[in-house]
Design a protein around this ligand. Structure first.
Ligand SMILES: Nc1ncnc2c1ncn2[C@@H]1O[C@H](COP(=O)(O)OP(=O)(O)OP(=O)(O)O)[C@@H](O)[C@H]1O
Length: 603
């Protein structure tokens, strides 16, 4: 499965595809998002037809003016001019409604696609999301969807207009003078062949430039995301040169492409006007021979320019459709992935009623991305409801992995995890996660107020409950010291909270969630004594009457737990209370204690 998933990422970024039938079908499938607005869309189409018709009537009317000048018309110049104005006004009105209606439909349907793609992304399993870069996922809901929007608000109209101009225009031309039409059409193959040739090459170049630009964006994004690391390593210079190197490639490619685009534009001018000169020459002969009148020649030339412009625009249009098909395929790939949970479930599913008895029986696991490397090799332990245990061991031993399995981020390969005697897999993912709260090592706060951040634990909580949770987490001490109190903005654009303060917010979140099972991933860095004491008191409060698993990094804090499991290379090598384990001669736990003790001594 994973291999297949990766395949799409391995395709050469420069591979240029023809618009495939399958791709088109996918794009058409996305049109189901327009269905709710089909009335508006049909009205837009009507205005498109009308505005195209009025623009096609234009050359005919100019021809009529010539007829008036030649004295061959029953109308006066003023009458024809008024008609021209009426047509102009109508065209302006029709275009206005066409643009407005198409934009309305595209904005509304894009809103739905965007939110569907976003909800699909957040409900996809971690295994899928891990393979993607954040920038890649972001560009799905930004540039790919904008591309589709372009299709709706611009490309469809252009496509229709150009095809209509071509078909109706050539029809009128045949009607006016079939001889001149055949002559004119004979010059077209040049334009068409050259358009196809140049168009294909241009697409290849612009795809390359786009890929390079995307790579540059990834560099920029990664730099901004970890700007602290960049600065701490004084690697600004490295990042700037990484970015400018890629930008240089983008510019070179674009300049190379510009040469072609320039050449193509010159060619179009030559071919188009050359064709017109040819038509004028041939047509003038026909007029002289009395086979055609002057007004028809005028009309003819105007239609020819319209048609020529349509044909030369076809290449661009093809490229647009090609890009849209690509974007739809990528969007559909995401929409076609199976989510781990239904989006409605995350909001509405109540927490499973459990006591919190957790047992692991011979659990074996390796990560999907590294299947050959067993990470857990037969983990067995039992935590009765309300008991507290700690997982201890060197970095990389598998402690966090044990927790990730409980949260169902991944599925284990063999063995069993039971909650209250029932296999974990028999519970719904959401109903089980609603019973678990995690106080992570690094607390991440969302941009917003403190109260919003605490509410993250239970979005339906009342302000009193939030206040109470903050009090029990000993967070009120610092929250009350801010002038805006609970409404203080934190996160990227707000004030920065200290590590201990952020931890107490996370504890308040967990208190509000009121879970049966609690996971404490201890912060590796120690807090100052005062903060440490407050966090510890808050944690003691939180742990009461909950099954608790502590991933312990600083052993001083776990003396009170009921049982300690020492993990080494995916196996439990020692278990017992702090007392029992510290007495084992040359035991791993005893050694870890000694190491930490020595480390604190030397500080
Ligand atoms: N998402 C992942 N994909 C592949 N391998 C992973 C993934 N996460 C962890 N591992 C690997 O699994 C092993 C166990 O990692 P784990 O994070 O469980 O260790 P840990 O005991 O929690 O370490 P630490 O104390 O440093 O957090 C490591 O070898 C790690 O490289």
């Amino acid at each position: 499965m994973d291999g297949n998933d990766n395949n799409s990422g391995n395709k050469s970024p420069f591979a240029i595809k023809k618009i495939s039938w399958d791709g088109l079908k996918i794009t058409i499938k996305l049109f189901r998002y327009i269905l709710p607005y089909k009335g508006l869309f049909a009205a837009g189409m009507l205005f498109l037809v009308l505005s195209t018709a009025t623009s096609l009537a234009f050359p005919k009317l100019i021809g009529s003016i010539i007829e008036v000048i030649e004295g061959k018309s029953v109308y006066t110049i003023n009458q024809v001019t008024i008609l021209l104005f009426v047509i102009l006004i109508l065209q302006a009105l029709f275009s206005y409604f066409r643009i407005y209606l198409f934009t309305l439909v595209s904005e509304r349907s894009m809103l739905n696609i965007r939110s569907d793609v976003f909800s699909r992304i957040v409900t996809l399993p971690i295994t899928y999301l891990e393979q993607k870069r954040v920038g890649e996922l972001t560009s799905r809901i930004t540039s790919d969807i904008s591309q589709l929007q372009g299709l709706l608000s611009f490309t469809i109209a252009e496509l229709f207009r150009q095809i209509a101009t071509l078909v109706v225009g050539i029809g009128i031309l045949f009607y006016t003078s079939w001889k001149l039409t055949l002559f004119m059409l004979a010059t077209f193959p040049f334009l068409v062949v050259a358009s196809v040739f140049f168009g294909r090459h241009m697409r290849r170049l612009s795809k390359k430039a786009q890929d390079e630009l995307a790579a540059a964006n990834v560099v920029a994004e990664e730099t901004f995301q970890s700007v602290n690391v960049v600065k701490a390593f004084t690697n600004e210079h490295l990042e700037i040169s990484r970015y400018t190197t890629i930008l240089g490639r983008v510019v070179n490619l674009s300049l190379y492409a510009a040469k072609f685009r320039g050449g193509f534009a010159s060619f179009v001018i030559l071919a188009l006007f050359g064709g017109i000169v040819g038509v004028v020459w041939f047509g003038a002969g026909l007029v002289q021979a009395g086979e055609m009148n002057l007004a028809d020649l005028f009309t003819f030339i105007l239609y020819t320019t319209f048609i020529g412009a349509s044909i030369s625009g076809m290449g661009d249009l093809y490229a647009q459709i090609n890009k849209t098909v690509g974007a739809s395929e990528r969007l559909f790939e995401i929409l076609g992935e199976d989510p781990e949970i239904q989006f409605e479930e995350t909001a509405n599913m109540p927490a499973a009623k459990i006591d919190g008895h957790v047992s692991y029986n011979h659990v074996h696991f390796s990560y999907p991305s590294r299947q050959d490397l067993p990470v857990l090799k037969g983990i067995t332990f039992d935590i009765r409801a309300g008991e507290k245990i700690a997982l201890v061991g060197y970095s990389g031993a598998g402690k966090s992995t044990i927790i990730q399995l409980l949260l169902r981020f991944y599925d284990y390969q063999s063995g069993q995890i039971l909650i209250d005697g029932k296999p974990l897999t028999e519970y719904g993912i959401s109903e089980m996660r609603k019973n678990i709260a995690v106080v992570p090592q690094e607390v991440m706060l969302f941009g917003g107020t403190i109260s919003e951040n605490i509410l993250y634990g239970k979005p339906s909580a009342t302000p009193e409950e939030v206040y109470d949770a903050a009090r029990r987490a000993h967070a009120l001490e610092f929250i009350e010291s801010f002038p805006e109190k609970m409404e203080t903005i934190v996160g990227e654009r707000g004030i920065k909270l200290s590590g201990g303060q952020r931890q107490r917010i996370a504890i308040a979140r967990a208190i509000l969630k009121d879970p049966k099972i609690l996971i404490l991933d201890e912060a590796t860095s120690s807090l100052d004594a005062e903060s440490e004491k407050l966090v510890q008191i808050a944690l003691d409060e939180l742990m009461q009457n909950r099954t608790t698993i502590v991933i312990a990094h600083r052993l001083a804090t776990i003396r009170k737990v009921d049982q300690i499991y020492v993990i080494r290379e995916g196996q439990i090598v020692e278990s017992g209370t702090h007392q029992q384990l510290s007495l084992i001669d040359n035991g791993l736990y005893a050694n870890l204690i000694k190491l930490q003790f020595e480390a604190t001594e030397t500080l």
